[in-house]
Design a protein around this ligand. Structure first.
Ligand code: NAD
Ligand code: 0WE
Length: 260
């Protein structure tokens, strides 16, 4: 008996085999879940289809979360394949590149703020609402957040605001969907060198800082995030909702490190 035997999971946010969503997909597949995937656009379609096939899945559907019509079409198409959905993984974030660096106040635009909050936070509400009719018997919704929601991290800027809002969203959705048996949680992952992290100045320095400072003296992998995700979306976590689980080697608990 595996953790997720008999469960069906929809995985969003795969851009390649370094994506956190890919670590989550592999862990969930290993634990017995049946998987379906979304891809943001045609450019990513082939890559996602290939990774889906590696998980024995032939369900890959388009979904740009900025497009209400695509969200509706996604759940219509998924409903035709699956009568019930047990797990929704939201692993999506975006802010315009110009916002992710330099002087926060000087670089913050109304359009950048709106894009970041819509893509990175509102999309969780929209996907959870779309999935709701398929999660009739209850289910588990999981999203990914980052420490920059809680404390100031240089250059994370408007994404920090969007993640703070996302974490509040987890609590409001958990309260709203709880009576239907749907749990809503987030994993706050430590920094990982994914596509979303590429081109972020000084990312290597951040990884070195975490390795020196975190209680476990290491960075986390997409497999470690995947394992925690499998737990949170399993019946072993049936009493857990509205929770932000740090999978960050303990980095978040350090206030000041002794001479490292
Ligand atoms: P990634 O680039 O592999 O994944 C980001 C995904 O967001 C991509 O698959 C992209 O297609 C998708 N996306 C962006 N805009 C979209 C849109 N309009 N519609 C649909 N999909 C869209 O990077 P990742 O690091 O795996 O990021 C996944 C999640 O993990 C994000 O929420 C990110 O904030 C979070 N996170 C990342 C780290 C890290 O250091 N990498 C740490 C903590 C949390
Ligand atoms: O949430 C993230 C990154 C999300 C992200 C990444 C990009 C890069 C490409 C959102 N939007 C974009 N837009 C782009 O054009 N992380 C937690 C990873 C991350 O990003 C940082 C970090 C960390 C950690 C940016 C600055 C400082 C630290």
């Amino acid at each position: 008996m595996k953790l997720l035997d008999g469960k069906r999971a929809l995985i969003t946010g795969i851009a390649g085999n370094r994506s956190i969503a890919w670590g989550i997909a592999q862990a969930m597949q290993r634990e017995g879940a049946e998987l379906a995937f979304t891809h943001q656009n045609e450019r990513l379609r082939g890559r996602v289809e290939e990774l889906a096939a590696q998980c024995g899945s032939d369900i890959t559907l388009p979904c740009d979360v900025q497009n209400d019509g695509e969200i509706a079409a996604l759940f219509k198409a998924l409903g035709e394949r699956w009568p019930q959905l047990d797990i929704l993984v939201h692993s999506i974030a975006y802010a315009p590149r110009e916002e992710l660096g330099g002087d926060y106040a000087a670089n913050a635009s109304r359009a950048g703020f709106t894009a970041a909050h819509e893509t990175s936070c509102y999309s969780l509400t929209a996907l959870a609402a779309g999935a709701r009719p398929l999660m009739r018997g209850g289910g588990a919704v999981l999203t990914l957040t980052y420490y920059g929601a809680e404390k100031v991290v240089p250059n994370y800027n408007v994404m920090g605001l969007a993640k703070a809002s996302l974490e509040a969203n987890v609590r409001y959705l958990a309260d709203c969907l709880g009576p239907e048996g749907t749990r809503v949680n987030a994993i706050s992952a430590g920094p990982i060198k994914t596509l979303a992290a590429s081109g972020i100045g000084d990312f290597r320095k951040m990884l070195e800082h975490v390795e020196r400072t975190a209680p476990l003296r290491k960075n986390v992998s997409i497999d470690e995030v995947g394992n925690a995700a499998a737990f949170l979306c399993s019946d072993f976590a049936s009493g857990v909702t509205g929770e932000i689980l740090h999978v960050d080697a303990g980095y978040n608990l350090v206030g000041m490190s002794a001479g490292r």
